[in-house]
Design a protein around this ligand. Structure first.
Ligand code: PGA
Length: 248
Protein backbone atom coordinates (compact mmCIF):
# COMPACT_ATOMS: atom_id res chain seq x y z
CA UNK A 1 0.00 0.00 0.00
CA UNK A 2 1.45 3.36 -1.03
CA UNK A 3 0.19 6.53 0.66
CA UNK A 4 0.36 9.91 -1.07
CA UNK A 5 -0.42 12.97 1.00
CA UNK A 6 -1.30 16.01 -1.05
CA UNK A 7 -1.77 19.66 -0.10
CA UNK A 8 -5.40 19.98 -1.04
CA UNK A 9 -8.56 18.35 -2.31
CA UNK A 10 -7.74 19.64 -5.77
CA UNK A 11 -4.25 18.17 -5.68
CA UNK A 12 -5.69 14.83 -4.53
CA UNK A 13 -7.92 14.83 -7.62
CA UNK A 14 -4.98 15.71 -9.85
CA UNK A 15 -2.85 12.83 -8.55
CA UNK A 16 -5.75 10.41 -9.01
CA UNK A 17 -6.44 11.71 -12.53
CA UNK A 18 -2.77 11.19 -13.44
CA UNK A 19 -3.01 7.52 -12.47
CA UNK A 20 -6.30 7.01 -14.34
CA UNK A 21 -5.02 8.86 -17.42
CA UNK A 22 -1.78 6.85 -17.33
CA UNK A 23 -3.81 3.66 -17.16
CA UNK A 24 -5.78 4.66 -20.27
CA UNK A 25 -2.68 5.77 -22.22
CA UNK A 26 -1.02 2.44 -21.47
CA UNK A 27 -4.12 0.37 -22.17
CA UNK A 28 -6.73 2.26 -24.25
CA UNK A 29 -9.36 -0.46 -23.69
CA UNK A 30 -8.99 -0.38 -19.91
CA UNK A 31 -11.81 -1.48 -17.63
CA UNK A 32 -12.26 1.12 -14.90
CA UNK A 33 -14.17 0.72 -11.64
CA UNK A 34 -15.68 4.08 -10.68
CA UNK A 35 -17.02 5.74 -7.56
CA UNK A 36 -19.56 8.48 -6.84
CA UNK A 37 -19.76 10.98 -3.97
CA UNK A 38 -18.04 14.29 -3.28
CA UNK A 39 -14.56 12.79 -3.06
CA UNK A 40 -13.86 11.86 -6.71
CA UNK A 41 -15.36 15.05 -8.20
CA UNK A 42 -12.00 16.83 -8.48
CA UNK A 43 -10.57 13.75 -10.21
CA UNK A 44 -13.44 13.71 -12.73
CA UNK A 45 -12.97 17.44 -13.40
CA UNK A 46 -9.29 16.85 -14.14
CA UNK A 47 -9.99 13.89 -16.40
CA UNK A 48 -12.54 15.91 -18.36
CA UNK A 49 -9.92 18.67 -18.70
CA UNK A 50 -7.31 16.18 -19.97
CA UNK A 51 -9.86 14.83 -22.46
CA UNK A 52 -10.63 18.37 -23.71
CA UNK A 53 -7.10 19.72 -23.82
CA UNK A 54 -4.97 16.81 -24.99
CA UNK A 55 -7.63 14.40 -26.21
CA UNK A 56 -7.45 11.62 -23.62
CA UNK A 57 -9.48 9.03 -25.49
CA UNK A 58 -12.22 7.11 -23.67
CA UNK A 59 -13.68 5.52 -26.81
CA UNK A 60 -12.41 2.03 -25.94
CA UNK A 61 -12.75 2.36 -22.16
CA UNK A 62 -15.32 0.31 -20.24
CA UNK A 63 -16.56 1.38 -16.80
CA UNK A 64 -18.28 -0.33 -13.91
CA UNK A 65 -19.62 1.78 -11.07
CA UNK A 66 -19.50 0.50 -7.53
CA UNK A 67 -23.09 0.98 -6.50
CA UNK A 68 -26.58 2.41 -6.91
CA UNK A 69 -29.50 3.12 -4.59
CA UNK A 70 -32.31 0.59 -4.78
CA UNK A 71 -35.50 2.13 -6.13
CA UNK A 72 -33.79 4.87 -8.13
CA UNK A 73 -33.91 4.95 -11.91
CA UNK A 74 -31.33 6.71 -14.10
CA UNK A 75 -33.51 9.83 -14.50
CA UNK A 76 -33.69 10.45 -10.78
CA UNK A 77 -31.27 13.33 -10.00
CA UNK A 78 -30.28 11.57 -6.76
CA UNK A 79 -29.30 8.38 -8.55
CA UNK A 80 -25.70 7.46 -9.18
CA UNK A 81 -26.55 6.93 -12.86
CA UNK A 82 -27.52 10.61 -13.02
CA UNK A 83 -24.45 11.70 -11.02
CA UNK A 84 -22.07 9.92 -13.37
CA UNK A 85 -23.67 11.38 -16.49
CA UNK A 86 -23.68 14.87 -15.03
CA UNK A 87 -20.14 14.92 -13.70
CA UNK A 88 -18.27 12.68 -16.10
CA UNK A 89 -19.78 10.64 -18.91
CA UNK A 90 -21.53 13.43 -20.83
CA UNK A 91 -18.25 15.38 -20.98
CA UNK A 92 -16.08 12.62 -22.48
CA UNK A 93 -16.21 10.36 -25.54
CA UNK A 94 -17.12 7.13 -23.76
CA UNK A 95 -19.57 4.87 -25.61
CA UNK A 96 -22.87 4.53 -23.71
CA UNK A 97 -22.79 0.76 -24.22
CA UNK A 98 -19.46 0.61 -22.36
CA UNK A 99 -20.90 2.24 -19.22
CA UNK A 100 -22.18 -0.10 -16.51
CA UNK A 101 -23.88 0.77 -13.22
CA UNK A 102 -25.92 -1.65 -11.09
CA UNK A 103 -29.63 -1.36 -11.89
CA UNK A 104 -31.34 0.04 -8.80
CA UNK A 105 -34.74 -0.72 -10.34
CA UNK A 106 -34.09 -4.45 -10.85
CA UNK A 107 -36.99 -6.57 -9.59
CA UNK A 108 -34.64 -9.39 -8.69
CA UNK A 109 -31.60 -7.91 -6.95
CA UNK A 110 -29.83 -11.26 -6.62
CA UNK A 111 -30.11 -11.84 -10.38
CA UNK A 112 -28.92 -8.27 -10.99
CA UNK A 113 -25.86 -8.91 -8.82
CA UNK A 114 -25.09 -12.08 -10.77
CA UNK A 115 -25.56 -10.28 -14.09
CA UNK A 116 -23.17 -7.54 -12.99
CA UNK A 117 -20.50 -9.98 -11.86
CA UNK A 118 -20.77 -11.92 -15.12
CA UNK A 119 -20.43 -8.72 -17.12
CA UNK A 120 -17.28 -7.72 -15.23
CA UNK A 121 -15.82 -11.18 -15.80
CA UNK A 122 -16.76 -11.10 -19.50
CA UNK A 123 -14.81 -7.83 -19.87
CA UNK A 124 -11.75 -9.50 -18.36
CA UNK A 125 -12.05 -7.96 -14.87
CA UNK A 126 -11.34 -4.46 -13.61
CA UNK A 127 -7.92 -2.98 -14.40
CA UNK A 128 -8.14 0.02 -12.09
CA UNK A 129 -10.70 0.54 -9.34
CA UNK A 130 -11.29 4.02 -7.90
CA UNK A 131 -12.67 4.11 -4.35
CA UNK A 132 -13.83 6.71 -1.86
CA UNK A 133 -14.26 5.78 1.78
CA UNK A 134 -17.14 6.34 4.18
CA UNK A 135 -16.71 7.79 7.66
CA UNK A 136 -17.40 4.25 8.87
CA UNK A 137 -14.65 2.93 6.55
CA UNK A 138 -17.09 1.47 4.03
CA UNK A 139 -15.94 1.01 0.42
CA UNK A 140 -18.64 0.97 -2.22
CA UNK A 141 -21.63 0.40 0.06
CA UNK A 142 -19.95 -2.45 1.92
CA UNK A 143 -20.87 -1.39 5.44
CA UNK A 144 -19.13 -2.58 8.62
CA UNK A 145 -20.30 -6.12 9.32
CA UNK A 146 -19.27 -9.36 10.97
CA UNK A 147 -18.13 -10.76 7.62
CA UNK A 148 -16.99 -9.50 4.23
CA UNK A 149 -19.65 -9.71 1.51
CA UNK A 150 -18.12 -11.20 -1.60
CA UNK A 151 -19.90 -10.20 -4.76
CA UNK A 152 -22.43 -7.61 -5.98
CA UNK A 153 -25.29 -7.72 -3.50
CA UNK A 154 -28.13 -5.88 -1.75
CA UNK A 155 -27.05 -3.75 1.21
CA UNK A 156 -28.97 -2.20 4.06
CA UNK A 157 -27.30 1.16 4.61
CA UNK A 158 -25.92 2.12 8.02
CA UNK A 159 -27.51 4.98 9.94
CA UNK A 160 -24.12 6.77 9.73
CA UNK A 161 -24.12 6.45 5.93
CA UNK A 162 -27.74 7.59 5.67
CA UNK A 163 -26.93 10.61 7.80
CA UNK A 164 -23.76 11.42 5.83
CA UNK A 165 -25.59 11.13 2.49
CA UNK A 166 -28.59 13.14 3.67
CA UNK A 167 -26.67 16.29 2.67
CA UNK A 168 -27.59 15.48 -0.94
CA UNK A 169 -31.33 15.19 -0.10
CA UNK A 170 -33.99 17.57 1.27
CA UNK A 171 -34.07 15.61 4.50
CA UNK A 172 -32.83 12.38 6.01
CA UNK A 173 -36.13 10.56 5.40
CA UNK A 174 -35.61 10.84 1.65
CA UNK A 175 -32.34 8.88 1.71
CA UNK A 176 -32.87 5.33 0.41
CA UNK A 177 -32.36 2.57 2.99
CA UNK A 178 -31.04 0.01 0.53
CA UNK A 179 -28.48 -0.10 -2.23
CA UNK A 180 -26.87 -2.58 -4.57
CA UNK A 181 -23.08 -2.64 -4.30
CA UNK A 182 -20.10 -4.47 -5.67
CA UNK A 183 -18.77 -6.79 -3.00
CA UNK A 184 -15.38 -6.91 -1.34
CA UNK A 185 -14.23 -9.76 -3.56
CA UNK A 186 -15.28 -7.82 -6.67
CA UNK A 187 -13.17 -4.89 -5.47
CA UNK A 188 -10.22 -7.05 -4.38
CA UNK A 189 -10.11 -8.76 -7.79
CA UNK A 190 -9.23 -5.44 -9.48
CA UNK A 191 -5.64 -5.32 -10.74
CA UNK A 192 -4.96 -1.91 -9.20
CA UNK A 193 -6.87 0.18 -6.68
CA UNK A 194 -6.74 3.86 -5.78
CA UNK A 195 -8.49 4.99 -2.62
CA UNK A 196 -9.21 8.71 -2.28
CA UNK A 197 -10.12 10.60 0.87
CA UNK A 198 -10.26 14.24 1.85
CA UNK A 199 -11.30 16.13 4.94
CA UNK A 200 -10.84 15.67 8.67
CA UNK A 201 -14.10 13.69 8.92
CA UNK A 202 -12.38 10.86 7.00
CA UNK A 203 -9.20 10.76 9.12
CA UNK A 204 -10.41 8.02 11.48
CA UNK A 205 -11.60 5.83 8.59
CA UNK A 206 -8.30 6.37 6.76
CA UNK A 207 -6.37 5.36 9.86
CA UNK A 208 -8.41 2.14 10.10
CA UNK A 209 -7.91 1.42 6.39
CA UNK A 210 -4.16 1.94 6.44
CA UNK A 211 -3.04 1.02 9.98
CA UNK A 212 -5.91 -0.81 11.66
CA UNK A 213 -6.65 -4.50 12.02
CA UNK A 214 -7.94 -6.15 8.88
CA UNK A 215 -11.55 -6.71 9.84
CA UNK A 216 -15.01 -6.57 8.23
CA UNK A 217 -15.87 -4.02 10.94
CA UNK A 218 -13.69 -1.62 8.91
CA UNK A 219 -14.24 -2.86 5.34
CA UNK A 220 -11.52 -0.68 3.75
CA UNK A 221 -8.90 -2.42 5.93
CA UNK A 222 -9.05 -5.42 3.56
CA UNK A 223 -7.13 -3.27 1.07
CA UNK A 224 -3.99 -3.86 3.16
CA UNK A 225 -4.04 -7.35 1.61
CA UNK A 226 -4.24 -6.11 -1.98
CA UNK A 227 -0.96 -6.03 -3.87
CA UNK A 228 -1.37 -2.72 -5.71
CA UNK A 229 -3.13 0.04 -3.78
CA UNK A 230 -2.36 3.75 -3.79
CA UNK A 231 -4.11 5.81 -1.08
CA UNK A 232 -4.34 9.48 -2.09
CA UNK A 233 -5.23 11.92 0.67
CA UNK A 234 -5.38 15.57 1.48
CA UNK A 235 -3.61 16.70 4.67
CA UNK A 236 -6.74 16.63 6.82
CA UNK A 237 -7.67 13.06 5.91
CA UNK A 238 -4.07 12.02 6.66
CA UNK A 239 -3.78 13.69 10.03
CA UNK A 240 -4.09 10.56 12.19
CA UNK A 241 -1.54 8.56 10.20
CA UNK A 242 1.83 7.99 11.86
CA UNK A 243 4.80 9.61 10.13
CA UNK A 244 6.28 6.29 8.98
CA UNK A 245 3.41 5.55 6.55
CA UNK A 246 3.58 8.99 5.03
CA UNK A 247 5.52 8.58 1.81
CA UNK A 248 5.42 12.18 0.47
P1 PGA B 1 -18.17 10.98 -0.20
O1 PGA B 1 -18.60 9.47 -0.02
O2 PGA B 1 -17.15 11.00 -1.28
O3 PGA B 1 -19.42 11.72 -0.60
O4 PGA B 1 -17.60 11.44 1.12
C1 PGA B 1 -17.60 8.50 0.03
C2 PGA B 1 -18.21 7.17 0.36
O5 PGA B 1 -19.23 7.14 1.07
O6 PGA B 1 -17.66 6.16 -0.08
Amino acid sequence: MRVLITDSYDQMGLEAAKIVAGQIYLKPNSVLGLATGSTPLSMYERLVAVHRTVGLDFSEVTTFNLDEYIGMGPDNPQSYHYFMQKHFFKHINIKPENVHIPNGMAQDVIAEGERYEQLIAAKGGIDLQVLGIGQNAHIGFNEPDVKFAATTHKVELDEETILANSRFFNNVDEVPRYAISMGIKTIMMAERVILLANGRNKARAVYKAVCGDVTPEAPASILQLHRDVVVILDKEAAELLPANVVSI
